[in-house]
Ligand binder design. Sequence first.
Ligand SMILES: Cc1ncc(COP(=O)(O)O)c(C=O)c1O
Length: 358
Amino acid sequence: MVPGPTNLSVKVREVMSQPQVGHTDAGFVQEFSDTLRLARKVFRNDDGYQYVFTGTGTLGMEAAVAAAVEPGDKVLVLNTGYFGQRMAEINQCYGAEVEELTFPFGSCADPDAVRKKLAGRPFKAVYVTHVDTGSTVCNPIEGIVKEAKAAGAMAIVDGVCSVAGVELDFDRMGADLAFTGSQKAIAAPPGAVLMAVSKGFQSQLEAKKGKVRTYYANLLRWKAVMDDPRTYFATHAVQVLQALHEALREVDEEGLEARWKRHAVNAKTIRNGVEEMGFKLVAGADCRAGTVSGIWTPSGAAPEIQNALRLGHEVDVARGLGENNPKMIRVGHLGNLTEKEARYFVEAFGKVARSLDA
Ligand SMILES: Cc1ncc(COP(=O)(O)O)c(C=O)c1O
C-alpha cells in the first residue's frame, strides 16, 4: 500500500515471465497497437494523439517539457507539494523562465489564484499535478486548465498518481498534454510512460522540428512508432509493455467508472477509519485524493508505525517526503486494492496505533 508501484494481478505477473520476443515481433506489435487503443480509453482521449514508451513518470515530465518550451519561455508551475518542484527544475533544465505559484501544504491549487497570476502576462505553459503524491491533495484540474487556456497558455497535467484511479477526462477538460506512469492506478510494473496530446499541441510540436532539445524524450521521434508500431526508434522494455497491455485490459474489463468508484470507496473507508481513531488527515476536506491519503502522526512516530505495519501485519506504507518524513504516513489505495484490503488496513492501523499509544 505504498502510493506506487502497486500490487500486480497474477495474470500481469504471468505475462512478464513469457519467453522473450523481439520488439518488432508481429504478436508484440499487434499487442502494442492494442495498448495504444486501451491507453486512449483510460485518458478519454478520442480526439488527440496517444503515446506509450519505455521510461518512468519522470521521463513523461521531461518529454512534456521538452515538447512545450524553448529557452526563455515563461512558464507557471503550480506547487502543491513535491512533484511541482520537480517540474520546475525540469523546466529550468530546458531553459524556461519558471515562476511558481505555491499553495499551503495540504491545500489544493485555486483556479482563481491561477487566473490572477496569469492576467496580462505571457506565460507559455501552466503545469499542474493532478494528484500530488507528496501532499496527497487532488487538484481541480478542469478549472485550472480552463484558466490556463483562457490566458492563452498551454495546459500540462501530471496524472501520474491519478489516471485510472481518479476521474480525468482529457478531451472534456481541453488540456494540451497529460501523462502518467504504468506503476500506479493502472497496476502494471514501473517502466512505461503513457501520454495524451491534443491535436493543437501536436501541430505546434511538428512546427518545432529540429528545435526539441532532447533525443530519447523527443515525442517527434516516438510519433513514428505510434503511427506504425513496427518502426524501430529504441528498444521497448518488451515485458513491461506486455504487462502494461494486460493491466490495461483488466482496467477496461472493470470499466473506468467502476474503477474510479472503487478507489473512492476504499479511500473513504481508510480516511473515515483513521479519523475515527483521532488521527488528522493531511489533505483538506475539499481536496482529498482517491488514490493516496496522508495521515499526520505524532512527530517522529511515522517510522515506528511504518515498521509495525510491515512487520506485524504485512502492510507496506510510505512516509512523508522531505521534512515530513518522520511525521506523516502516506497510504496508497490505488490500483487493484480491494475493499477487504482497505478494511484490513484500518484494522491493522488501529492495532498499531493502540500498541504504540500513538
Ligand atoms: C505525481 C507524480 N509525478 C511524477 C512522478 C515521477 O514518476 P517516476 O517515479 O515513475 O519517475 C511521481 C512518482 O511517484 C508522481 O507521483
